[in-house]
Design a protein around this ligand. Structure first.
Ligand code: ARG
Length: 585
């Protein structure tokens, strides 16, 4: 469907054209939904913005616009408020008609984009032999939500895991393992990832302290890069081992990803650098090959370089990203590439994008976006750590969330005198705990840091996953209690809306489409969270104020349809965030 917002925007644009002529053809109609019913449901500020160019009083402009508007089907006669705001109030029978339309559509009226275009979402991307940390958790959760939203809108999405599976760390690690744990280089799963990570740390210490070891490690890198069979085999084993550990997290969180690690681009690195050379962008600086950047300067005001080949001839993170862009544009046919990483990598991406554009690797029509996010902090506002001060293992963190959810659930069941099967308890605890973690992350504006706090994320009352899950359960409770099959409700029923609470809820349900479209371009999933939270609040008010099962017809069916549409909106909205609903909890 065309959302109400889009319809009003079109109507105001039309009115501007017919009232003032072609000159105003590209004027933004400045329509937005209002938060205050005093100003109607939607408002336009366009008359104010035109006062200067048209040299007229904004209220008079508003008058003229209203006289040219053709929206009788949708709205009551628009009114002018204050200095010249135009307020629109939707007609309740129009709202009822729209609700009937979305009721019979499993996409709730939200269209797919045309034509389909290809979007790559590069997310999660942990590093082999290093532990997946909370930053990777954020990337995983946010990246998955973005991918889901775009998939739902009909984009052809390629979800890529740009795993750090190459580089000098392997020389160090292999050299160390040859000494300390030779079986790990020849036998699969001789170590678990915890060991691998601590061995990596020990190897790093040796590397920094011991000159002879450093040389050995460097030779190992050379051997690996030259394709020595035993080195490659060892590398493969190490990668597999990490991969299995990452998969545990992906399975828990229901994340689908295609692994295409840094090593995948090895064969293209040399060509990428020669291409930069041909374009004349490449310069040598202190033995390294680099491209000097526009707009990036050191404290003396000199341009900063993006290094693409180190003094020892080796390639780096940036070279790989340049090669990856080329591959994604040429081979994958991407129209847009989205990178989800911590905000700390902002400069890296800005530099890589700039060089790729200049070198012609990245054509103008292909969009690249870095989607940055802030840090995950502990309850105390400092970087999240375990009690003994170590970095937190993701698996432990997720297990802890499920344990918390289980304790909370068991307390609640006891208080309510309910007896449930262990299967029910496990399933609800697992779903609630993991949803709470995802939702806590997604409900923040991703650019800010957020505090990881189990009590808050599991609170049944705030803007949390349990609150939304509970609102959904409530809707399903109506159908159970009244023995009503929502899907069998007659969608030819005329929906009557009289009470304030039902009108407010109905209008809000219809705003979901606008929110989804907005997030598709802003890539800020917290907007969906806030919407679902407010929808649930409005539903709860409706539930308290309006009789449903005991109402007389036609109210009863209308209200059941409202409950069903609320439920389906919550379910769809949560699914876009990677969260499953519960029928009971
Ligand atoms: N492996 C990197 C890290 O752990 C993230 C990779 C992001 N993607 C990319 N194309 N650079 O920070």
């Amino acid at each position: 469907m065309t959302s109400i917002l889009e319809q009003l925007q079109d109507s105001v644009s039309q009115a501007l054209l017919s009232a003032f002529g072609d000159e105003l053809a590209n004027t933004d109609p400045l329509v937005a939904s209002t938060n205050n019913p005093k100003f109607g449901d939607y408002q336009s500020n366009v008359a104010l913005s035109l006062a200067k160019p048209l040299q007229q009083n904004p209220r008079a402009i508003a008058q003229t616009i209203i006289a040219h508007l053709q929206i009788e089907d949708m709205c009551e006669t628009p009114t002018i408020a204050g200095a010249g705001f135009i307020n629109f109030t939707l007609k309740s029978n129009y709202i009822g008609q729209l609700l009937s339309q979305i009721q019979s559509d499993e996409r709730l009226g939200i269209p797919r984009v045309q034509p389909e275009s290809k979007v790559i979402v590069d997310f999660s991307s942990p590093n082999i032999a290093k532990e997946m940390h909370v930053g990777h958790l954020r990337s995983t959760i946010i990246g998955d939500a973005i991918a889901r939203i775009l998939e739902f809108r009909g984009y052809d999405v390629l979800r890529l895991n740009h795993v750090g599976d190459w580089g000098t760390q392997f020389g160090m690690l292999i050299a160390y393992l040859r000494e300390a744990y030779p079986q790990a280089l020849t036998t699969a799963n001789a170590l678990d990832i915890g060991d691998l990570v601590s061995l990596y740390k020990q190897a790093k210490v040796r590397f920094d302290e011991d000159e002879e070891f450093k040389q050995t490690a460097r030779q190992e890198v050379v051997r690996l890069q030259a394709g020595a069979e035993d080195s490659l085999h060892a590398w493969q084993l190490l990668c597999n081992q990490s991969r299995q550990e990452f998969q545990v997290i992906y399975d828990l969180l229901d994340i689908k990803l295609e692994e295409r690690g840094e090593s995948f681009y090895n064969p293209f690195l040399e060509d990428t650098v020669s291409e930069l050379k041909q374009t004349g962008l490449l310069e040598e600086s202190e033995g390294a090959m680099c491209v000097f950047l526009d707009g990036f300067t050191n404290k003396d005001g000199d341009p900063l370089p993006l290094i693409v080949q180190k003094t020892d001839g080796g390639f780096n993170y940036a070279t790989t990203d340049l090669a990856a862009i080329k591959y994604r544009v040429k081979e994958d046919g991407a129209n847009k590439i989205i990178y989800v990483t911590d905000a700390g990598q902002g400069n890296h991406f800005a530099a890589v994008f700039q060089v790729a554009r200049k070198a012609g690797i990245l054509p103008d029509e292909v969009q690249v976006v870095h989607v940055p996010f802030g840090l995950v902090l502990g309850k105390d506002g400092k970087r999240i750590k375990t009690r003994s001060g170590e970095t937190v293992k993701l698996k432990n963190l997720l297990d802890e969330a499920v344990d918390y959810a289980r304790t909370e659930l068991e307390t609640r069941l006891t208080a309510e005198g309910r007896k449930e099967t262990p299967e029910f308890i496990n399933y609800v605890a697992q779903t609630t705990g993991l949803s709470a973690v995802k939702y806590a992350d997604l409900s923040q504006n991703r650019t800010s840091d957020y505090k990881f706090d189990f009590d808050k994320m599991l609170d049944l009352k705030g803007n949390t996953a349990p609150y939304l899950l509970y609102a959904y359960v409530r809707t399903q409770g109506i159908s159970r209690k009244g023995n009503i099959d929502f899907s069998a409700l007659d969608n030819n029923t005329e929906i009557v809306l009289k009470e304030d609470a039902e009108l407010v809820l109905a209008k809000y349900i219809l705003q979901f489409e606008e929110v989804v479209k907005e997030v598709e371009s802003s890539l800020l999933p917290n907007r969906i969270c806030l919407y679902l939270f407010e929808l649930s609040q409005k539903f709860n008010q409706f539930y308290e104020q309006c009789e449903i099962l005991n109402a007389a017809e036609p109210q009863k069916t209308s209200r059941l349809i409202l409950a069903d549409l609320t439920a389906r909106t919550i379910k769809l909205g949560l699914s876009l965030l990677g969260i499953n609903v519960l029928e009971r909890m």
